[in-house]
Design a protein around this ligand. Structure first.
Ligand SMILES: [Zn+2]
Length: 167
């Protein structure tokens, strides 16, 4: 890395520090000619979208895996496969449009939940119960109440006798 002051190619690293989230390295450098000191940042260039999980590990965004998770949630609901595909595509392009190549798994979960809630409320509840991994039962019940309230408002097409209508 060239010295920003005199352009000399030879600089010496005097201090190295990894950022708290482990995704970048900060180096303090000194020019060997003019002794100018500066800081450089290095971060890996991700080709594809990366998802940072709750435990801090990072894995590539997996379209099929996310789709499978949503398919489990919509099982036996009358949600066309096409809608599920559209949903995953929407979430993916939303994530792609962000500046960072690393997104948190909770952001992915939130984006899916928002859209799933519009699509099918039962599927939504199934999804958040798995995805959010509620730490307390009260948390889950609050979420359920919120959905049931809006169901009463809309008296939508949700059928509690799930198995009786298999059209
Ligand atoms: Zn210099």
């Amino acid at each position: 890395m060239n010295c920003p002051d005199c352009g000399n190619e030879r600089t010496r690293v005097i201090d190295t520090e990894t950022s708290a989230d482990g995704t970048s390295v900060r180096r303090r450098r000194e020019c060997q000619r003019c002794s100018f000191r500066f800081t450089s940042y290095e971060r890996p260039e991700w080709d594809s979208l990366q998802v940072k999980k709750r435990d801090g590990s990072i894995e590539s965004f997996d379209f099929e895996k996310l789709r499978a998770g949503i398919e489990r949630a919509v099982e036996k609901r009358h949600v066309p496969e096409e809608d599920v595909t559209n949903l995953v595509e929407e979430v993916e392009s939303d994530l792609q449009s962000r500046e960072t190549r690393i997104v948190s798994s909770s952001l992915v979960g939130d984006l899916v939940s928002e859209r799933l809630r519009e699509l099918d409320q039962v599927a939504y509840i199934r999804f958040v119960s798995v995805y959010k991994a509620f730490s307390e039962p009260e948390e889950f019940l609050r979420e359920l109440d919120a959905v049931l309230d809006s169901k009463l408002d809309a008296s939508s097409s949700i059928d509690s006798t799930d198995k009786s209508d298999t059209s």
